[in-house]
Ligand binder design. Sequence first.
Ligand SMILES: Nc1ncnc2c1ncn2[C@@H]1O[C@H](COP(=O)(O)OP(=O)(O)OP(=O)(O)O)[C@@H](O)[C@H]1O
Length: 237
Amino acid sequence: MELCIQVEHLTKRFQTQIAVNQLSFEVKKGEIFGILGHNGAGKTTTIEMLLGLQNPDEGKIRLLKKDGASIDKIIFERIGVQLQASSYQNNIRVRELCEEMASLYQDPADYHELLEQFELSPFAHHFVAHLSQGERQKLSILLALLPKPEMLFLDEATTGLDAAARRAVWDRLLLWKEKGTTILLTTHYMEEAAYLCDRILLLKQGNAIMEGTVADIAKGFASLEEAYLHYMEVTKL
Ligand SMILES: Nc1ncnc2c1ncn2[C@@H]1O[C@H](COP(=O)(O)OP(=O)(O)OP(=O)(O)O)[C@@H](O)[C@H]1O
């Protein structure tokens, strides 16, 4: 079994606050792994450390079999990243942004096809700044897919999408998974986690409180959401 991500005892402090505390987990090649937790649980900080955007205070990271938190050019070509706080240049059109981003990769996906798949073709000539929140969100996922990534990081990727668009994105992601892409995502939507994730990690105040399949976690509860609320409430740290 090949591992794409190995994290051991990852810890991040901001002043006196411990944002991520001794976090350890592994993500296998080809799986969709979800990190769930309340606002401020440490999900984005964890992803940012994996991507080398934040320096951990403690712990080890192995990404695509390479040590260290820094993303070199080879790793960069193999991963796709969608972050919550993506901001784009002013006065750039959707098509121009796609071209600019595609030029960073040796063998990018065809962005025209992706625009079609995400129902963004009608906006190709629009300024990114004029897109609706949901359209911009879909664009950020599309851009993450440009490298034809082996490994995809999605931080609350479907927040702001309507129900049909969200479902369409889920099905797209499952197709990428079928092609072998490993996905690490965060979400506040339990339905999304249940639909997509092979395994889930529950994070509370930076601590892992449970990890397993949706069935493992939801066992004994009416739904994943019921289980989530229960474990978040009762787990003492
Ligand atoms: N640069 C920073 N400086 C100080 N505190 C920070 C910084 N970045 C994050 N934090 C704090 O660390 C904690 C974890 O933040 P993080 O963004 O990882 O949470 P999250 O689980 O992604 O939350 P959300 O679901 O709201 O996006 C929060 O309490 C946050 O305020």
